[in-house]
Design a protein around this ligand. Structure first.
Ligand code: 173
Length: 315
């Protein structure tokens, strides 16, 4: 009798185990403030996973910089403290210096996924970070220099500018003094006059109120901002094929939307104009210098991989 019950129970457990593997929940974090421009793509991705993945896989959204400082997100993903992260390469150069090279791509991700550029980076993510880059949802989104004081040409001598690794080599090459801060500290730095300006992409300055303190935008823009969704490799390896499919489908869906970023760029250009932000228009030489300084920085940080990335990413 006892044996029969035990056997029946075993069969029952076994069959439920096969028919419906337990729902898995991944812990997700973003390095940008919740509901602001650079988190929104990730939030749409999470909504899709949680809708398509009912009973299969879910993402528990822990939140943004209030939950974890942005420059610690790369390490947290590497260590498995979080399973899935929305972050830009400049925020985890401490883990993988090459990640900052994404800003220098002059080809769309679809092409980089065909030409070996994605695969080259994927090996570095694997080796250095124990991670997989699932989707780049921000692309086609130039960076700019924003100022509280005017300049007469491509000379930043005497200016103190807020940076991340994205802008360091370029702004320094033009003579600026630089100070690195997380996005969350930019408003206060401007308000207190600690900085005379900052680097940031064309979109998003209204999210944290920086337009109130910004007088000028320098054109042209340069590079292409990258924000991507990364997953911890060990967490990924534990997923079933069905669970991976929910994530992969949502990743492909959100990466395809990076083309729509151009529309958002135009909207923010108009909004900046309406807010009274004046344009300081420099020649295309400014943009060329940005790429020169940017690649020189990547090659200096990574003499082994930098030149190979340039061959795959640049035009
Ligand atoms: O300026 C920044 O904080 C930064 O490096 C960045 C990168 C991608 C998108 C937005 C900001």
């Amino acid at each position: 009798m006892h044996n029969r019950v035990a056997a029946a129970l075993a069969v029952c457990l076994l069959s439920t185990g096969v028919a419906a593997a337990q729902e898995v929940t991944l812990k997700g974090i973003t390095s940008f403030a919740e509901k602001t421009f650079y988190s929104r793509g990730f939030e749409r991705f999470i909504d899709k996973v949680n809708a398509d993945g009912k009973g299969v896989i879910q993402i528990n959204y822990i939140g943004g910089p209030k939950a974890m400082p942005p420059f610690e997100v790369g390490n947290a993903l590497k260590g498995g403290v979080v399973d899935i992260a929305n972050v830009t390469g400049a925020f985890y150069t401490n883990v993988m210096p090459e990640a900052d090279a994404w800003k220098l791509t002059e080809r769309p991700m679809a092409e980089l996924r065909r030409n070996g550029g994605y695969d080259y980076m994927a090996r570095l993510y694997d080796q250095k970070m124990g991670a997989i880059l699932l989707a780049r949802h921000i692309d086609n989104n130039p960076f700019h220099l924003y100022l509280t004081k005017p300049i007469g040409g491509p000379d930043l001598t005497g200016l103190k500018l807020r940076i991340t690794p994205v802008y360091r080599d370029f702004f320094q090459a033009l003579g600026a003094t630089v100070v690195q801060t997380a996005p969350g500290e930019v408003y206060t730095a401007l308000e207190r006059g600690v900085v005379d300006g900052y680097g940031w992409p064309i979109t998003g300055i209204f999210d944290l109120g920086w337009h109130e303190k910004t007088k000028y935008r320098v054109d042209p823009g340069f590079y292409s901002a990258e924000v991507s969704i990364l997953v911890n490799k060990a967490a990924w390896a534990k997923l079933s094929d069905a669970q991976k499919k929910v994530i992969s489908d949502a990743a492909a869906w959100i990466e395809a939307q990076a083309a729509d970023v151009s529309k958002e760029n135009e909207a923010d250009v108009a909004r900046q104009k309406a807010a009274g932000i004046q344009i300081i228009a420099l020649s295309d030489e400014f943009r060329k210098k940005a790429y020169e300084a940017g690649w020189a920085g990547v090659v200096r940080q990574s003499p082994e991989h930098g030149p190979k990335l340039k061959a795959l990413f640049a035009k």
